[in-house]
Design a protein around this ligand. Structure first.
Ligand code: GLP
Length: 269
């Protein structure tokens, strides 16, 4: 796994935007896997700026979001579809019909997963998957003990996740306890993965992901099985990493190469 440690959330956003921009420059019709939550907001803001000011175009990009709540309509203020439309899609030149979020209002939620998997396959698979991480190490809504072979399906959220996300719902507002989420095996099929974590609250989850044992108890640790997974963290989220200095050393070497306009991808991780 590659670990890039940068100073603060703004630097995380820029570094991740560089990777997304390079992906689109190489392949304008890329398929991006996208995430919600606060972690990727800075990245989306940075990409919007590059679209507005530097001609970065999403016109041929297709997207698949990781997850959606069950039981609130797509146009609900707290649905992940609304989040994506407002935070990102409506502010770039993407064709909305190429953006996919699992259907949280399907008559039979059990059928949503297989249909979503089929759509991903038909689009050619995900080229670059963006991930945040829950404080308990979940990715998407794959809560601890999710099968490492899981596919897109219905999951019940943990009390911790419900508590973490309750800040988005009003005191008397219905907060869904179920969600449809891409599975861990689905996520691992992406050709490249970028996990974003900032702040001290994520430090333990980051340590367990990068340096802990591979375990369904920390779903993000499954990224250890991926050939091209990059974790981009700020100093606070990196604070509990045992080999922090080594990751910093690799990051500095990479920065140096990028400055010299040389490809840095050959550096072994
Ligand atoms: C939710 C989302 C995850 C996200 C996580 C962390 O549970 N389903 O995809 O990574 O929240 O959110 P935040 O980035 O706001 O900490």
């Amino acid at each position: 796994m590659e670990v890039l440690i940068v100073s603060d959330p703004a630097a995380v956003a820029k570094r991740c935007a560089d990777i997304v921009e390079a992906q689109i420059a190489t392949m304008p019709d890329s398929v991006l896997g996208l995430a919600t939550g606060s972690s990727p907001i800075g990245l989306y803001e940075e990409l919007i700026l590059r679209y507005r000011d530097h001609g970065l175009s999403f016109a041929d990009v297709t997207t698949f979001n990781l997850d959606e709540y069950i039981g609130i309509p797509a146009d609900h203020s707290q649905s992940y579809r609304t989040f994506m439309n407002e935070t990102f899609f409506q502010r770039i030149d993407i064709d909305l019909s190429r953006t996919h979020v699992p259907d949280g209002m399907a008559e039979n939620p059990l059928q949503v997963g297989p249909a979503y998997e089929k759509a991903i396959t038909q689009a050619g698979g995900v080229d670059l998957q963006i991930l945040g991480i829950g404080s308990d190490g979940h990715i998407g809504f794959n809560e601890p003990t999710s099968s490492l072979r899981s596919r897109t399906r219905v999951k019940t959220l943990t009390r911790q996740t419900l508590k973490d996300n309750s800040r988005f719902f009003g005191p008397d507002e219905f907060q869904p306890k179920l969600a449809v989420t891409m599975g861990i095996a689905t996520i691992l099929e992406a050709r490249r993965i970028l996990l974003i974590a900032t702040g001290e609250g994520k430090a333990e989850a980051v340590r367990n992901t990068v340096e802990g044992p591979l375990s369904a108890f920390v779903p993000a640790s499954a990224l250890q099985l991926h050939e091209r997974a990059t974790v981009v963290v700020d100093a606070a989220a990196a604070s509990k990493l045992q080999l922090r200095e080594y990751y910093q050393f690799v990051s500095e070497l990479q920065d140096d190469l990028v400055k010299k306009h040389r490809p840095s991808d050959w550096i072994s991780r």
